[in-house]
Write a protein that binds this ligand. Sequence first.
Ligand SMILES: [Fe+2]
Length: 390
Amino acid sequence: MQVQNIYDSWRAANVFIGWQFFVVFNLHSKYIRLSNWTDLGSIGNDPSMQQPYNESTRIEDLLAERLVRYAELRPCTTAFIDTRTPGSAEKENFTIIGPGVTESPDQYVHIEIPHGFNIGGARQPPDCVNSQHSHETAEVFVVHSGRWVFCLGPNKEDGEVVLGPGDTISLPIHMFRGFKNIGNDVGFLFGVLGGDDPGHVTWAPNVFDNAKEYGLILLEDGSLVDTTKGETIPEGKRPMPPTTEADVARLKRLTAEDLADCVLPHDKLKPVRASGLPEVSEAPIIGTASPDEGLGEGQMTWSHGFHLRRITVAPDGVTKKHTRAEEEVILMYKGQLSIDIADGSVELGPGDVFTVPIGVPRRFANRGSELVEAYVVRGGDHPAAATIVD
Ligand SMILES: [Fe+2]
């Protein structure tokens, strides 16, 4: 509630969130410290922005527009300024919903429908590094596979945390973060960025230095010039000025206490049977409490522009047909989830992503023998109950 009051006050005053808030961050509770590091804007929840789905919508159209199979993900290996730097060259970047923050025109966007947030992914072999950078909107990772270390600070000096499968981390805006696969196998992370346009990445100073040695120049508009391909800086464009120490000094530094507030391990999830849909247990991760569903607040309650839960469905579990007033994006973790929707059904397996449109009736079912576990991103900061339609 405290976070919401801050958020509402901000909106009412229409005050630009800027560096002047830094002093405030260090004075109060985790909500005060972290709640101003928000992203705003959720046009994905505005029905007028949605695709025109209705009773005659066919499942073929939904699947073509809103399903991305893990096996069909299209990676980009040249998405960012550090992609030639040894140790980072083998990383694969995915933009599943929305444009993300890629710096490469070669990045393929699977689903362009505005949701008010972006869904992406990162796949990296052992020891592969994602360099230190900062974002203008919230950044959340759910570990699908592998063992990862997340490091904070411009030179990784502000602390680190190790995450494994099913763990979640939410990284506040305007602070340096990076991550590395420290497992023995290729690992995959689901990523969620706030807003329809998450803006550009701010790289730590040493990232610019390293990139220059390998022929990549980042421009002010966020795109890359690859001098090893004979590319030159286009007329009228200018290189991005490297991040300075003064820039670094303006960014937030997290403490160990802050970092603990930003992580929710898989074994700390607290599933609750949601009112109206008792066949589904929902564990809040990001978002405020939802009394209508009988669910408490998540570990992270500051504004992200979306909320996140882990849902489970036991074998033979079948929900009633229901709708939601928000976009609902399913990130599959384990098991096989059937969704009856429109004039058909779709079965989702680990790594698949399906986004269910606002207002379209859907029924979830586990017709397999293994527990279904999925992470669900829904629009807006405040969870609401589903509407039962049968
Ligand atoms: Fe990032």
